[in-house]
Design a binder for this molecule. Structure first.
Ligand code: AMP
Length: 284
């Protein structure tokens, strides 16, 4: 496995692979990898001849008061995990390599990015769409792998690929959780032991609502109230949002009649965590 930091070098590797007739999978990440990331890489390895994992803390997707400088980083640990999962290249560029001085071109989206995380993070998805587009142009993958953990990001990338004719298959992968249910996240490292315990409320509250939906509850208001009530029972938790939206358009729904996404963002102390579940009434 190679660690590559230059776009030019990566392009020449891709050119070589293409000459050999290889299919290519891409797993975009911000590094500090865990089992959630690994599940994406393992899937990519099983479906492609060659796999690139990008490991880049993308500055354009962070707001001015967010955790860009404190975001955890550990390239050698990441490289070991990628190698174990069977990746061929870890692409780890410096910000200056990805964003040329004077860069002023961005990829943005009208809808899908305004609600949910977009409300608190108004420039976040512009950064995501921009960096993912750049990675798609550099790597030209056949398939790219994204986690359902970031459900809005997955929906946004799917829409972008359709709207801009990237011709890349977007593969969504299930949320990987700790044994006690907490969704794995690089940001979990910010949590103190007390906060780590309190963070369980995200999954617990979603489980309550999922159980209600499975039992036939269709009233979105009631499902939301159940989640809110459960989160509010945890003193260290502060709700950013709790929403039930259409799984594809991400527009809020009043009733669960088509596939929906129940998505939440909750501050545990200073750490903002997200989680969600998808539910398809027809599948019941
Ligand atoms: P990040 O490094 O947080 O930007 O995440 C990179 C990719 O890994 C994204 O597509 C995430 O949705 C995915 N991912 C992060 N955490 C998990 C998880 N717990 N389960 C599945 N996928 C995840």
């Amino acid at each position: 496995m190679q660690i590559v930091s230059s776009i030019e070098e990566l392009r020449s590797i891709i050119k070589w692979w293409r000459g050999e007739g290889h299919s290519i999978g891409l797993v975009p990440t911000m590094g500090y990898l865990h089992e959630g990331h690994k599940s994406l890489i393992v899937k990519a390895v099983s479906e492609n001849d060659r796999v690139v994992v990008s490991d880049f803390v993308n500055p354009t997707q962070f707001g001015p008061n967010e955790d860009l400088s404190s975001y955890p980083r550990d390239l050698s640990r990441d490289a070991a995990l990628c190698e174990e999962a069977g990746a061929d290249v870890v692409f780890h560029p410096e910000p200056e390599e990805m964003y040329d001085k004077g860069n002023c071109t961005f990829v943005d989206m009208d809808s899908l990015t305004k609600g949910l995380c977009g409300k608190t993070r108004p420039t976040h998805f512009r950064g995501v769409c921009t960096v993912v587009s750049k990675l798609f142009h550099i790597v030209t993958p056949d398939r790219a792998y994204f986690g359902q953990k970031d459900a809005q990001q997955l929906a946004v990338v799917r829409r972008m690929v359709r709207d801009l004719n990237f011709g890349i298959s977007i593969v969504g992968c299930p949320i990987v959780r700790e044994e006690d249910g907490l969704a794995m996240s690089s940001r979990n490292t910010y949590l103190s032991p007390k906060e780590r315990e309190a963070a369980l409320v995200l999954h617990k509250s979603l489980e309550i609502a999922e159980g209600m939906a499975k039992s036939g509850e269709q009233d979105a208001g009631k499902l939301i109230s159940a989640i809110v009530k459960s989160i509010k029972s945890e003193p260290l938790a502060r709700i950013d949002y709790v929403e039930l939206v259409d799984a594809e358009t991400l527009e809020p729904v009043k009733a669960v009649k088509a596939p929906i996404l129940a998505a939440i963002a909750v501050y545990i102390g200073k750490t903002r965590l997200i989680d969600n579940f998808s539910f398809c009434p027809e599948a019941q």
